[in-house]
Design a protein. Structure first.
Length: 102
């Protein structure tokens, strides 16, 4: 999904996703909201931000989390017992490898 208000640049903020045109990271916004700050608090602290920027940061984080693959604990434990399976491969590859062995 494309997020027009979010940019990543390896030369800025170590490549972390930021609100476009600022050095304000998505992570910073999430941490402040998670700590109980309101949209109004963030907008007061960062006058260049808009409510749409804050919503874009939340949407970006949700899309990022949606793509995360979670392996059940039992399945991961079985994979860790097999030295021939690397847990650094794409999770889909590991699932296919485990199914092929059965």
């Amino acid at each position: 999904m494309t997020h027009t208000r979010i940019s990543t640049d390896p030369a800025m903020m170590m490549g972390k996703p930021c609100i476009k045109g600022t050095r304000i990271t998505v992570e910073l916004i999430l941490r402040k909201l998670g700590a109980g700050r309101s949209f109004a608090d963030l907008l007061d602290a960062h006058p260049r931000l808009t409510e749409d920027d804050l919503r874009a940061a939340l949407a970006f984080a949700a899309d990022y989390m949606q793509r995360e693959t979670v392996l059940p604990v039992e399945f991961r434990a079985r994979l860790e017992q097999r030295p021939s399976v690397s847990l650094t491969v794409e999770p889909e590859q590991a699932v296919r490898a485990e199914r092929d062995r059965q």
